[in-house]
Design a protein around this ligand. Structure first.
Ligand SMILES: [Zn+2]
Length: 417
Protein backbone atom coordinates (compact mmCIF):
# COMPACT_ATOMS: atom_id res chain seq x y z
CA UNK A 1 0.00 0.00 0.00
CA UNK A 2 1.32 3.39 -0.97
CA UNK A 3 1.69 5.47 2.12
CA UNK A 4 1.59 9.21 2.60
CA UNK A 5 5.13 9.24 3.93
CA UNK A 6 6.39 7.39 0.88
CA UNK A 7 4.82 10.05 -1.33
CA UNK A 8 6.28 12.87 0.75
CA UNK A 9 9.71 11.30 0.58
CA UNK A 10 9.35 11.26 -3.18
CA UNK A 11 8.31 14.88 -3.62
CA UNK A 12 9.44 16.83 -0.54
CA UNK A 13 12.51 15.17 0.93
CA UNK A 14 15.20 16.87 3.01
CA UNK A 15 18.36 14.97 4.02
CA UNK A 16 18.57 16.14 7.66
CA UNK A 17 14.95 15.31 8.50
CA UNK A 18 12.57 12.35 8.53
CA UNK A 19 8.81 12.09 8.28
CA UNK A 20 7.81 10.12 11.32
CA UNK A 21 4.06 9.59 11.34
CA UNK A 22 0.98 10.70 9.43
CA UNK A 23 -2.42 10.89 11.09
CA UNK A 24 -5.76 12.68 10.92
CA UNK A 25 -6.39 15.61 13.23
CA UNK A 26 -9.03 14.99 15.89
CA UNK A 27 -11.75 16.60 13.72
CA UNK A 28 -10.64 14.55 10.69
CA UNK A 29 -10.44 17.70 8.56
CA UNK A 30 -6.70 17.82 8.24
CA UNK A 31 -3.73 15.51 8.03
CA UNK A 32 -0.84 16.04 10.40
CA UNK A 33 2.61 14.75 9.62
CA UNK A 34 5.19 14.69 12.36
CA UNK A 35 8.71 15.60 11.31
CA UNK A 36 11.87 15.06 13.33
CA UNK A 37 15.59 15.61 12.78
CA UNK A 38 17.47 12.64 11.34
CA UNK A 39 19.65 11.03 14.02
CA UNK A 40 23.13 12.55 14.08
CA UNK A 41 22.26 15.46 11.78
CA UNK A 42 23.16 18.87 13.13
CA UNK A 43 20.83 21.84 13.18
CA UNK A 44 21.76 24.79 11.00
CA UNK A 45 22.00 28.31 12.39
CA UNK A 46 19.47 30.57 10.67
CA UNK A 47 21.75 33.57 10.89
CA UNK A 48 25.03 32.27 9.44
CA UNK A 49 23.64 29.18 7.70
CA UNK A 50 26.31 26.94 9.27
CA UNK A 51 25.74 23.76 11.32
CA UNK A 52 25.96 24.47 15.04
CA UNK A 53 25.66 22.50 18.29
CA UNK A 54 22.18 22.14 19.73
CA UNK A 55 20.97 24.23 22.66
CA UNK A 56 17.32 23.35 23.29
CA UNK A 57 14.04 22.72 21.52
CA UNK A 58 11.01 24.98 21.18
CA UNK A 59 7.33 24.05 21.26
CA UNK A 60 5.90 22.29 18.23
CA UNK A 61 5.07 24.48 15.23
CA UNK A 62 2.61 23.77 12.42
CA UNK A 63 3.71 24.40 8.84
CA UNK A 64 0.93 24.38 6.28
CA UNK A 65 1.62 22.20 3.26
CA UNK A 66 -0.25 21.90 -0.05
CA UNK A 67 -3.76 20.57 0.66
CA UNK A 68 -4.94 17.52 -1.22
CA UNK A 69 -8.17 15.54 -1.72
CA UNK A 70 -10.01 18.08 0.41
CA UNK A 71 -7.78 17.79 3.44
CA UNK A 72 -5.54 20.49 4.83
CA UNK A 73 -2.03 19.17 5.40
CA UNK A 74 0.32 20.26 8.18
CA UNK A 75 3.90 19.37 9.00
CA UNK A 76 4.49 19.36 12.77
CA UNK A 77 7.97 20.10 13.94
CA UNK A 78 9.67 21.33 17.11
CA UNK A 79 12.34 23.80 16.11
CA UNK A 80 15.72 23.40 17.75
CA UNK A 81 17.80 26.30 18.95
CA UNK A 82 21.53 26.24 18.42
CA UNK A 83 24.34 27.70 20.43
CA UNK A 84 26.17 29.22 17.49
CA UNK A 85 29.81 29.97 18.22
CA UNK A 86 30.15 31.88 14.99
CA UNK A 87 27.26 34.22 15.78
CA UNK A 88 27.96 34.05 19.52
CA UNK A 89 24.28 33.71 20.26
CA UNK A 90 21.49 31.22 20.79
CA UNK A 91 19.65 31.18 17.47
CA UNK A 92 16.64 29.28 16.11
CA UNK A 93 17.59 26.72 13.50
CA UNK A 94 16.86 27.08 9.82
CA UNK A 95 14.63 24.44 8.23
CA UNK A 96 14.72 23.84 4.49
CA UNK A 97 10.93 23.73 3.99
CA UNK A 98 10.12 27.08 5.61
CA UNK A 99 11.06 30.75 5.44
CA UNK A 100 11.61 32.38 8.82
CA UNK A 101 8.45 32.98 10.79
CA UNK A 102 6.05 32.31 7.93
CA UNK A 103 3.53 29.60 8.69
CA UNK A 104 3.27 28.17 5.16
CA UNK A 105 5.84 25.80 3.75
CA UNK A 106 7.90 27.12 0.85
CA UNK A 107 6.33 24.54 -1.44
CA UNK A 108 2.85 25.76 -0.56
CA UNK A 109 3.85 29.41 -0.93
CA UNK A 110 5.20 28.80 -4.41
CA UNK A 111 2.04 26.87 -5.26
CA UNK A 112 -0.27 29.67 -4.03
CA UNK A 113 1.83 32.39 -5.61
CA UNK A 114 1.55 30.72 -9.01
CA UNK A 115 -2.22 30.65 -8.71
CA UNK A 116 -2.25 34.24 -7.48
CA UNK A 117 -0.84 35.25 -10.83
CA UNK A 118 -3.80 33.72 -12.64
CA UNK A 119 -6.62 34.45 -10.22
CA UNK A 120 -7.21 37.41 -7.97
CA UNK A 121 -5.67 37.02 -4.52
CA UNK A 122 -9.14 36.74 -3.02
CA UNK A 123 -10.14 33.98 -5.42
CA UNK A 124 -6.90 32.15 -4.71
CA UNK A 125 -7.57 32.28 -0.97
CA UNK A 126 -11.10 30.95 -1.48
CA UNK A 127 -10.09 28.19 -3.88
CA UNK A 128 -7.58 26.72 -1.43
CA UNK A 129 -9.52 27.44 1.78
CA UNK A 130 -6.90 29.77 3.09
CA UNK A 131 -6.85 33.48 3.95
CA UNK A 132 -6.01 36.54 1.90
CA UNK A 133 -3.14 37.24 4.31
CA UNK A 134 -1.57 33.89 3.58
CA UNK A 135 -1.76 34.53 -0.15
CA UNK A 136 -0.08 37.87 0.53
CA UNK A 137 2.64 36.05 2.51
CA UNK A 138 3.13 33.58 -0.31
CA UNK A 139 3.50 36.27 -2.96
CA UNK A 140 5.79 38.29 -0.71
CA UNK A 141 8.06 35.28 -0.19
CA UNK A 142 8.25 34.46 -3.89
CA UNK A 143 8.75 38.08 -5.00
CA UNK A 144 11.41 38.76 -2.37
CA UNK A 145 13.31 35.69 -3.50
CA UNK A 146 12.89 36.67 -7.13
CA UNK A 147 14.18 40.20 -6.64
CA UNK A 148 17.20 38.91 -4.76
CA UNK A 149 18.02 36.40 -7.48
CA UNK A 150 17.12 38.21 -10.69
CA UNK A 151 19.83 39.00 -13.20
CA UNK A 152 19.66 42.51 -14.62
CA UNK A 153 22.22 42.03 -17.39
CA UNK A 154 22.47 44.53 -20.20
CA UNK A 155 19.47 46.84 -20.41
CA UNK A 156 19.20 48.81 -23.66
CA UNK A 157 15.90 50.60 -23.29
CA UNK A 158 13.68 51.63 -20.42
CA UNK A 159 10.21 53.16 -20.29
CA UNK A 160 9.03 55.26 -17.37
CA UNK A 161 5.36 55.45 -16.57
CA UNK A 162 3.11 56.43 -13.74
CA UNK A 163 -0.15 54.96 -12.63
CA UNK A 164 -2.77 56.20 -10.21
CA UNK A 165 -3.53 53.65 -7.51
CA UNK A 166 -5.87 55.49 -5.18
CA UNK A 167 -7.94 58.63 -5.03
CA UNK A 168 -6.25 61.88 -4.10
CA UNK A 169 -3.30 61.83 -6.50
CA UNK A 170 -1.69 58.68 -5.21
CA UNK A 171 0.66 57.60 -7.95
CA UNK A 172 3.19 54.87 -8.48
CA UNK A 173 6.18 55.28 -10.73
CA UNK A 174 6.93 52.22 -12.84
CA UNK A 175 10.08 51.58 -14.82
CA UNK A 176 10.03 48.88 -17.50
CA UNK A 177 12.74 47.31 -19.56
CA UNK A 178 11.53 47.60 -23.17
CA UNK A 179 14.26 45.92 -25.19
CA UNK A 180 13.10 44.19 -28.35
CA UNK A 181 13.64 40.77 -26.81
CA UNK A 182 12.87 41.43 -23.14
CA UNK A 183 10.04 43.41 -21.67
CA UNK A 184 9.57 43.36 -17.91
CA UNK A 185 8.88 45.56 -14.94
CA UNK A 186 12.17 46.59 -13.38
CA UNK A 187 11.15 48.87 -10.57
CA UNK A 188 8.16 50.22 -8.64
CA UNK A 189 8.43 53.50 -6.75
CA UNK A 190 6.06 55.06 -4.29
CA UNK A 191 4.66 58.44 -5.30
CA UNK A 192 5.67 60.51 -8.27
CA UNK A 193 8.52 62.53 -6.90
CA UNK A 194 12.11 63.22 -7.76
CA UNK A 195 13.24 61.34 -4.65
CA UNK A 196 11.24 58.25 -5.55
CA UNK A 197 12.44 58.22 -9.15
CA UNK A 198 16.02 58.73 -8.02
CA UNK A 199 15.50 55.47 -6.12
CA UNK A 200 15.38 53.63 -9.41
CA UNK A 201 18.82 54.82 -10.48
CA UNK A 202 20.22 53.96 -7.07
CA UNK A 203 18.63 50.50 -7.04
CA UNK A 204 19.91 49.56 -10.50
CA UNK A 205 23.42 50.83 -9.90
CA UNK A 206 25.67 52.96 -12.09
CA UNK A 207 26.93 49.98 -14.05
CA UNK A 208 23.50 49.10 -15.45
CA UNK A 209 22.30 52.69 -15.80
CA UNK A 210 25.32 53.92 -17.71
CA UNK A 211 24.75 51.36 -20.48
CA UNK A 212 21.13 52.34 -21.18
CA UNK A 213 20.72 53.57 -24.75
CA UNK A 214 17.05 54.63 -24.92
CA UNK A 215 14.72 56.12 -22.34
CA UNK A 216 11.02 56.56 -23.08
CA UNK A 217 9.03 58.76 -20.77
CA UNK A 218 6.36 61.34 -20.33
CA UNK A 219 7.06 65.05 -20.59
CA UNK A 220 7.01 65.59 -16.86
CA UNK A 221 9.85 68.04 -16.31
CA UNK A 222 11.38 66.58 -13.12
CA UNK A 223 11.62 63.17 -14.83
CA UNK A 224 13.29 64.70 -17.85
CA UNK A 225 15.83 66.39 -15.63
CA UNK A 226 16.71 63.23 -13.70
CA UNK A 227 17.01 61.24 -16.90
CA UNK A 228 19.37 63.84 -18.37
CA UNK A 229 21.47 63.73 -15.22
CA UNK A 230 21.66 59.95 -14.88
CA UNK A 231 21.65 58.71 -18.46
CA UNK A 232 23.49 61.49 -20.23
CA UNK A 233 24.49 59.16 -23.06
CA UNK A 234 21.03 57.75 -23.70
CA UNK A 235 18.65 58.95 -26.38
CA UNK A 236 15.60 60.27 -24.63
CA UNK A 237 12.30 59.61 -26.37
CA UNK A 238 8.86 60.97 -25.74
CA UNK A 239 6.84 58.03 -26.85
CA UNK A 240 3.62 57.86 -28.72
CA UNK A 241 1.57 56.49 -25.84
CA UNK A 242 2.27 59.44 -23.56
CA UNK A 243 1.76 62.06 -26.24
CA UNK A 244 -1.58 60.55 -27.26
CA UNK A 245 -2.63 60.29 -23.61
CA UNK A 246 -1.88 64.00 -23.05
CA UNK A 247 -3.74 64.96 -26.19
CA UNK A 248 -6.79 62.98 -25.06
CA UNK A 249 -6.69 64.67 -21.70
CA UNK A 250 -6.67 68.10 -23.37
CA UNK A 251 -9.58 67.15 -25.63
CA UNK A 252 -11.51 65.88 -22.65
CA UNK A 253 -11.00 69.17 -20.84
CA UNK A 254 -12.31 71.09 -23.84
CA UNK A 255 -15.36 68.83 -24.00
CA UNK A 256 -16.12 69.05 -20.28
CA UNK A 257 -15.75 72.82 -20.23
CA UNK A 258 -17.92 73.31 -23.30
CA UNK A 259 -20.59 70.90 -22.06
CA UNK A 260 -21.08 72.82 -18.85
CA UNK A 261 -20.98 76.16 -20.64
CA UNK A 262 -23.71 75.04 -23.06
CA UNK A 263 -25.77 73.82 -20.15
CA UNK A 264 -25.42 77.17 -18.42
CA UNK A 265 -26.50 78.93 -21.58
CA UNK A 266 -29.50 76.61 -21.93
CA UNK A 267 -28.42 75.16 -25.29
CA UNK A 268 -29.28 71.69 -26.58
CA UNK A 269 -27.00 69.07 -24.93
CA UNK A 270 -25.44 67.81 -28.16
CA UNK A 271 -22.23 66.80 -26.38
CA UNK A 272 -24.00 64.53 -23.96
CA UNK A 273 -22.47 61.04 -23.86
CA UNK A 274 -19.89 62.04 -26.47
CA UNK A 275 -16.88 61.34 -24.29
CA UNK A 276 -15.96 57.92 -25.66
CA UNK A 277 -16.95 58.81 -29.20
CA UNK A 278 -14.31 61.51 -29.13
CA UNK A 279 -11.58 59.77 -27.20
CA UNK A 280 -11.60 56.48 -29.02
CA UNK A 281 -9.78 56.16 -32.33
CA UNK A 282 -12.39 56.46 -35.03
CA UNK A 283 -11.47 53.07 -36.55
CA UNK A 284 -12.41 51.44 -33.24
CA UNK A 285 -15.98 52.72 -33.30
CA UNK A 286 -18.99 50.60 -34.19
CA UNK A 287 -21.43 51.50 -37.01
CA UNK A 288 -23.96 53.16 -34.69
CA UNK A 289 -21.20 55.17 -32.99
CA UNK A 290 -19.82 56.24 -36.34
CA UNK A 291 -23.19 57.60 -37.24
CA UNK A 292 -23.44 59.57 -33.99
CA UNK A 293 -19.92 60.91 -34.42
CA UNK A 294 -20.65 62.10 -37.95
CA UNK A 295 -23.73 63.83 -36.65
CA UNK A 296 -21.74 65.51 -33.89
CA UNK A 297 -19.03 66.73 -36.26
CA UNK A 298 -21.56 68.93 -38.10
CA UNK A 299 -21.68 71.34 -35.18
CA UNK A 300 -19.35 74.26 -35.00
CA UNK A 301 -18.05 73.56 -31.53
CA UNK A 302 -14.67 73.97 -29.90
CA UNK A 303 -14.83 70.30 -28.98
CA UNK A 304 -15.28 69.31 -32.60
CA UNK A 305 -12.38 71.47 -33.73
CA UNK A 306 -10.19 70.04 -30.97
CA UNK A 307 -11.21 66.55 -32.03
CA UNK A 308 -10.28 67.21 -35.64
CA UNK A 309 -6.88 68.52 -34.54
CA UNK A 310 -6.32 65.40 -32.48
CA UNK A 311 -7.30 63.13 -35.37
CA UNK A 312 -5.09 65.05 -37.80
CA UNK A 313 -2.18 64.61 -35.43
CA UNK A 314 -2.37 60.80 -35.85
CA UNK A 315 -0.70 61.18 -39.23
CA UNK A 316 2.54 62.01 -37.45
CA UNK A 317 3.07 58.37 -36.57
CA UNK A 318 3.01 57.31 -40.22
CA UNK A 319 6.30 59.03 -40.96
CA UNK A 320 9.53 57.13 -40.93
CA UNK A 321 11.86 60.06 -41.59
CA UNK A 322 12.51 62.36 -38.63
CA UNK A 323 12.82 65.32 -41.01
CA UNK A 324 9.37 64.87 -42.53
CA UNK A 325 7.87 64.11 -39.15
CA UNK A 326 9.40 67.39 -37.94
CA UNK A 327 7.82 69.35 -40.81
CA UNK A 328 4.44 67.85 -40.08
CA UNK A 329 4.78 68.55 -36.37
CA UNK A 330 5.66 72.22 -36.98
CA UNK A 331 2.70 72.69 -39.29
CA UNK A 332 0.31 71.01 -36.84
CA UNK A 333 1.55 73.22 -34.01
CA UNK A 334 1.18 76.35 -36.14
CA UNK A 335 -2.45 75.50 -36.95
CA UNK A 336 -3.23 74.59 -33.38
CA UNK A 337 -1.76 77.81 -32.03
CA UNK A 338 -4.29 79.69 -34.17
CA UNK A 339 -7.22 77.58 -32.95
CA UNK A 340 -8.04 79.68 -29.89
CA UNK A 341 -8.60 76.49 -27.92
CA UNK A 342 -6.43 76.91 -24.86
CA UNK A 343 -5.93 73.24 -23.78
CA UNK A 344 -4.88 72.31 -27.33
CA UNK A 345 -2.60 75.34 -27.56
CA UNK A 346 -0.98 74.18 -24.37
CA UNK A 347 -0.29 70.81 -25.99
CA UNK A 348 1.18 72.52 -29.05
CA UNK A 349 3.45 74.67 -26.90
CA UNK A 350 4.69 71.63 -25.03
CA UNK A 351 5.24 69.70 -28.27
CA UNK A 352 7.27 72.59 -29.66
CA UNK A 353 9.28 72.74 -26.50
CA UNK A 354 10.05 69.00 -26.67
CA UNK A 355 10.36 68.80 -30.43
CA UNK A 356 13.71 67.02 -30.43
CA UNK A 357 12.61 64.41 -27.89
CA UNK A 358 9.57 63.65 -30.02
CA UNK A 359 11.64 63.33 -33.17
CA UNK A 360 13.86 60.91 -31.27
CA UNK A 361 10.89 58.57 -31.49
CA UNK A 362 11.47 58.42 -35.25
CA UNK A 363 15.21 58.15 -34.84
CA UNK A 364 14.81 55.09 -32.58
CA UNK A 365 11.64 53.64 -34.04
CA UNK A 366 13.15 50.56 -35.57
CA UNK A 367 15.05 49.64 -32.42
CA UNK A 368 12.19 49.63 -29.97
CA UNK A 369 9.05 47.59 -29.77
CA UNK A 370 6.60 50.45 -30.07
CA UNK A 371 3.42 50.42 -28.06
CA UNK A 372 5.13 48.31 -25.48
CA UNK A 373 4.80 50.86 -22.68
CA UNK A 374 1.10 51.13 -23.40
CA UNK A 375 0.73 47.34 -23.29
CA UNK A 376 2.56 47.10 -19.98
CA UNK A 377 0.54 49.97 -18.58
CA UNK A 378 -2.68 48.09 -19.40
CA UNK A 379 -1.36 44.91 -17.79
CA UNK A 380 -0.40 46.87 -14.69
CA UNK A 381 -3.97 48.18 -14.41
CA UNK A 382 -5.40 44.67 -14.70
CA UNK A 383 -3.00 43.47 -12.01
CA UNK A 384 -4.05 46.25 -9.67
CA UNK A 385 -7.66 45.22 -10.09
CA UNK A 386 -6.91 41.55 -9.38
CA UNK A 387 -5.01 42.13 -6.17
CA UNK A 388 -7.63 44.41 -4.70
CA UNK A 389 -8.92 43.87 -1.24
CA UNK A 390 -6.32 45.97 0.45
CA UNK A 391 -5.06 48.55 -1.94
CA UNK A 392 -1.98 49.58 -0.03
CA UNK A 393 1.29 50.48 -1.61
CA UNK A 394 3.00 47.28 -0.45
CA UNK A 395 0.27 45.05 -1.90
CA UNK A 396 0.42 46.75 -5.26
CA UNK A 397 4.19 46.73 -5.34
CA UNK A 398 4.23 42.97 -4.75
CA UNK A 399 1.40 42.27 -7.19
CA UNK A 400 3.08 44.29 -9.93
CA UNK A 401 6.49 42.67 -9.52
CA UNK A 402 4.80 39.29 -9.32
CA UNK A 403 2.90 39.58 -12.57
CA UNK A 404 5.13 41.85 -14.67
CA UNK A 405 8.64 41.39 -13.27
CA UNK A 406 9.40 38.04 -14.95
CA UNK A 407 11.24 37.16 -11.75
CA UNK A 408 12.96 33.81 -11.21
CA UNK A 409 11.14 31.47 -8.82
CA UNK A 410 12.56 29.77 -5.73
CA UNK A 411 13.84 26.26 -6.32
CA UNK A 412 11.36 23.53 -5.64
CA UNK A 413 11.88 19.88 -4.71
CA UNK A 414 9.06 18.86 -7.02
CA UNK A 415 6.63 20.36 -9.53
CA UNK A 416 3.44 20.59 -7.47
CA UNK A 417 0.87 21.32 -10.16
ZN1 LIG B 1 25.32 31.31 13.32
Amino acid sequence: MLQLITILNRCHRFPGFVYQTARFSSDHKSIEIAVRPRKGSKAVCSRCHQPAPGYDQLAERRFEFIPFWGFLVFLLYSMRRVDCRHCQAVVVEEVPWADGKRTLTKAYMLFLARWARRLSWKETAEAFRTSWDKVFDAVEHVVTWGLQHRVLGQIDAIGVDEIQYAKGHKYLTLVYQIDLGVTRLLWVGKERTIESFQGFFTAMGKDVISKIVFVCSDMWEPYLKLIRENCSEALHILDRFHIVANMNKALDNVRAEETSRMKREGRAPVLKKSRWLLLRRSENLGAEQHFRLRDLLRYNLKTVRAYLLKEAFQQLWEYSSPAWAGKFLDEWCRQTMRSRIEPMKKIARSLRQHRELILNYFRAQKLLSSGVVEGLNNKAKVTMRKSYGFRTYRVLELALYHSLGKLPEPDSTHDFF
